[in-house]
Design a protein around this ligand. Structure first.
Ligand code: FES
Length: 151
């Protein structure tokens, strides 16, 4: 792989302690996940064993080794949100997009994740799409939101 932007990311953190995390974070931001060939390139350029890169990439939840969607739908599965229908929202997203939690649509537009209580229980059931919180979400509302983010 000969990607100029990737090489710039690797060089940018050349002399920094803790550079590995910064390189992986910026690489993840660039590709939206950590492709195998990119990890191989980082490994060879920085002389870091590939196994160490995989170890770090799988330890932190922020990193993904599989392609992720342009938008991430986080459905809260905390107690309050479950009482108010959180599971039904997960099912509805699954029906609308044909994916399960942890999966990404084939068009790479959406990834579905479940989360546990971001601390906004008074707004239950809560859905976060990217960094935007949506309150008191119904099955109809989640379908409308998905259509809005498809644009
Ligand atoms: S349980 Fe969902 S926001 Fe607290």
């Amino acid at each position: 792989m000969n990607d100029e932007k990737l090489l710039k990311i690797i060089e940018k953190y050349a002399d920094e302690e803790g550079a590995l995390l910064n390189i992986l974070l910026e690489t993840q931001k660039k590709y939206n996940y950590l492709p195998r060939e990119v990890l191989s390139k980082i490994s060879s350029e920085r002389n870091i064993p590939l196994s160490r890169l995989y170890s770090v990439a799988t330890f932190f939840k922020n990193f993904s080794l599989t392609p992720r969607g342009k938008h991430t739908i986080h459905v809260c599965m905390g107690t309050a949100c479950q009482i108010w229908g959180g599971k039904k929202l997960v099912d509805k997203v699954g029906e609308d997009l044909n994916i399960k939690p942890g999966e990404t649509t084939e068009d790479l537009n959406f990834t579905l994740e479940t989360i546990n209580c971001p601390g906004t229980c008074g707004l239950a059931p809560v859905v976060m799409i990217d960094s935007e919180i949506h309150a008191k979400v119904s099955r109809n509302k989640i379908s409308s939101l998905i259509k809005k983010y498809k644009k």
